[in-house]
Ligand binder design. Structure first.
Ligand code: NAP
Length: 524
């Protein structure tokens, strides 16, 4: 369904027919984009649209419907601060419940009519003549003074480049694109990958398949999952006792923040957590050989710490094998590992993660010097300023941008911090009638030098693992290197002084060629 009929959009000329102009375009409607729609509305902004390629809000929680999908951050914390949900049934909610929560927030704040669903953004190019963004989508073209990209880091599935994988004749799909029509009951199935998604999928698959091969490249550290159903009394208190749910949320927040010391500042403090993970492994796997196979050889926290109570027991079952020899090739009906063993399978689940630092979407964002975001990132890494803006991309704000990821707490907290910053930026633009704002390169460079210095002490950089947290330059451009309240403080207000800005009245008029273009189109 398309929702844009009630919007105050105005037509401008375009070579592709009607181009809609809005003041602000938001791309994507997961937690970040939906949050932006709500905060923009609350700030009194009416002239904005959210372009969403799916047919509903939810983002990664709409798309990841694999069996066992659930959050590994407690739900009371993994929700908007302005929309706590007394209806959570468990401490760590499953995907359908989270998706229902996101939908209910969209309804409660009445922002669905700001969305254009089924609208895939193909490119966004800064127009130097008109000082605005030209956005090309599968549902027509838009121009906008400001673009907020809220596409998230985990939206583009990464498929492994394995010899012959395209020739496989059975069912094969990525964890984020689960084929619910494929009945895997009684089948021989392989799962490639042992990350956050795989360890949730494997126990569910193991219940029904005849044989399961789990292809592990790097073993993850796994901690116990303290998940449980909320009691009736707790649910009552969440709903009716003022402050009870917020207190529970605050306690979860504070407990998680203590992990930052070990993760980001002094990895030696990760030792107690690693000891807890060792005990969990020993308790759950009796077989010494299997235990040796799945014991990580790097420091806990270097890759994302996972939580599960049913992954190790699933691996211990007689019809489940952990394969660590590496994949040599995939044939029409089998996976051949590097030691030459051929294992026949009917289906392959590819749980190999996402394009995080190399998202294909970056190739479609073209900045003021004509370079794409992909080219800029290729040259310098994914560097930004406060995760929210990037030099060369004026009037563009990024939610869940560079160095905003977390290894320990709720991304929704980071998103809300960014929303404070971006909404304040829009208010500042309006207050001073600014035509363009672009973060200063020198400010961005200094910011990134400081970030990388901080990160050089972290377990992510020193824990002895390879991870998608680090880009090809060896820089960690994904994670925030401190306490999340430090980020909240940094993003409370938009700091115009860090930006080059031009008043609308000082912007040069459109170049003659652009004016001629416009006349030509108008004459058609
Ligand atoms: P991931 O954590 O990146 O794991 C990908 C797995 O695939 C890793 O085990 C990786 O091995 C393996 N792999 C990648 N390429 C491979 C190849 N060519 N051959 C063999 N193995 C290969 O991806 P994910 O599990 O989808 O999770 C991604 C992120 O989503 C997580 O970090 C987390 O932030 C989020 N997530 C969150 C939840 C939640 O509960 N909140 C649940 C699921 C996912 P290596 O380790 O050797 O690279």
């Amino acid at each position: 369904m398309v929702y844009y009929m009630s919007l105050p959009v105005t037509d401008t000329s375009s070579t592709t027919g009607t181009t809609r102009h809005v003041d602000t375009l938001v791309i994507g409607s997961g937690f970040a984009g939906l949050g932006a729609a709500i905060k923009l509305t609350q700030a009194g902004k009416r002239d904005f649209l959210v372009l969403e390629r799916g047919n509903d809000v939810g983002g990664t929680w709409r798309d990841n419907t694999y069996p066992g999908a659930a959050c590994d951050v407690p739900s009371n914390l993994y929700s908007y601060s302005f929309a706590l949900n007394p209806g959570w049934t468990r401490s760590f909610s499953p995907q359908p419940e989270i998706q229902r929560y996101i939908q209910s927030v969209a309804d409660k704040y009445k922002v669905r009519d700001r969305h254009v669903f089924g609208c895939d953004v193909l490119s966004a190019q800064w127009d130097n003549d008109r000082n605005q963004w030209r956005v090309h989508t599968t549902k027509g073209d838009y121009t906008a003074k400001v673009v907020i990209t809220a596409v998230g880091a985990l939206c583009e599935p990464s498929l492994p480049d394995i010899k012959g994988i395209g020739d496989f004749q059975g069912e094969i799909f990525h964890s984020a694109q689960w084929n619910h029509d494929a009945d895997l009951t009684g089948k021989r199935v392989a799962v490639i990958g042992t990350g956050a998604s795989a360890i949730q999928i494997v126990p569910q698959l193991a219940k029904n398949v005849s044989h399961l091969d789990v292809y592990q490249r790097t073993a993850p550290w796994i901690l116990p999952r303290s998940d449980r159903e909320y009691t009736k009394a707790e649910k009552f208190a969440f709903k009716y006792v003022p402050g009870f749910q917020r207190l529970s949320r605050t306690l979860q927040y504070v407990t998680r923040e203590t992990q930052v010391v070990g993760l980001a500042k002094a990895p030696v403090f990760m030792k107690p957590l690693q000891a807890a993970a060792e005990i969990h492994l020993r308790r759950q796997i009796r077989d010494k050989d299997l235990r040796k196979k799945v014991r990580p050889n790097y420091q806990i926290g270097c890759k994302r710490m996972l939580i599960s109570n049913n992954y190790f027991p699933a691996l211990s079952q007689s019809h489940v094998d952990v394969v660590t020899d590496g994949i040599d090739e995939v044939t029409a009906d089998a996976i051949v590992s590097k030691d030459g063993t051929r294992r026949e399978v009917d289906a392959i689940v590819v749980a190999t993660g996402f394009h995080v630092t190399d998202s294909p979407m970056f190739a479609g964002i073209i900045g003021k010097d004509g370079r794409t975001a992909a080219q800029v990132f290729d040259a310098q890494g994914q560097q930004g300023y406060k995760g929210s803006s990037i030099a060369n991309f004026p009037n563009m704000f990024f939610l869940v941008g560079p160095n905003t990821g977390l290894g320990h707490s709720s991304m929704v907290f980071m998103i809300e911090s960014q929303l404070n910053y971006v909404v304040d930026a829009l208010k500042t633009i309006e207050r001073y009638d600014l035509g363009t704002v672009e973060v200063r390169q020198d400010v961005q460079d200094r910011y990134n030098r400081e970030l990388q210095e901080k990160l050089s002490h972290s377990v992510w950089n020193n824990g002895g693992c390879a991870s998608w947290y680090l880009d090809k330059h060896g820089n960690n451009t994904t994670l925030w290197p401190g306490f999340t309240f430090e980020f909240r403080n940094q993003t409370r207000r938009f700091d115009l002084v860090a930006y080059n800005s031009v008043a609308t009245s000082d912007l040069p008029s459109p170049a003659p060629s652009a004016v001629a273009d416009k006349k030509k189109v108008a004459a058609k």
